[in-house]
Design a binder for this molecule. Sequence first.
Ligand SMILES: *Cc1c(COP(=O)(O)O)cnc(C)c1O
Length: 228
Amino acid sequence: MSVAERLSVVRARIAAAAELVGRSPADIRLVAVSKTRSASEVDAACQAGQTVFGENYVQELLNKADNVDLPVEWHFIGHLQSNKVRQIAGLVTLIHSVDRQSLAEEISRQWGRIGKCCDVLVQVNISGETTKSGTTEVDAMQLVKAVARLPHVKITGLMTMPPFFDDPEAAQPYFAALKSLSQRIAAECIPGVEMRELSMGMSGDFEVAIQEGATLVRVGTAIFGERD
Ligand SMILES: *Cc1c(COP(=O)(O)O)cnc(C)c1O
């Protein structure tokens, strides 16, 4: 199957999952995860109507962004080192992986330097697995409150990565927990904080995530095929 064919299958699955729970497919944005993929594969997906691409590594993103011909929107979804933030300031429209105050401060500093504001999601390690990035569920509220005070960063929601399961239904409690945390944060009415985005769900489990309220699904393999 071509990237265009795979994309249309993924879009149909997103629509079906949304309709199953009475949601509008238009409320779910597909982030095509293009890590390890070439600029020409990104162009091919773009030609097939895909506009948002997610990248995990700064250097890879910079190289690729230079070589992609069509206008695309980049999201940063991977672990981000503070000393690399400067290089992506203004290039990405959403950072999904803010998990600490020092990183948010650097994002604010670098976006401030170019006179802009960066939309970010706070990444929460709902499962508590030590191998996963993200703030803990307990610390999330404090982090959101602290980040909310920064001038050039705007929190628009939360992101999580559940543990890997063979059975996608097993991820459901983690997605539900992120949604519940987002509702608790929204109830605090923190100035400048919006809880409109839930970034959750990947190739193996995006339908379950949509049923639990995902507004951004990050899908790589199902669009581009297996990574080497
Ligand atoms: C690689 C990656 C994805 C996509 O994973 P697939 O299983 O290929 O869909 C999603 N989110 C993050 C943070 C990733 O690193």
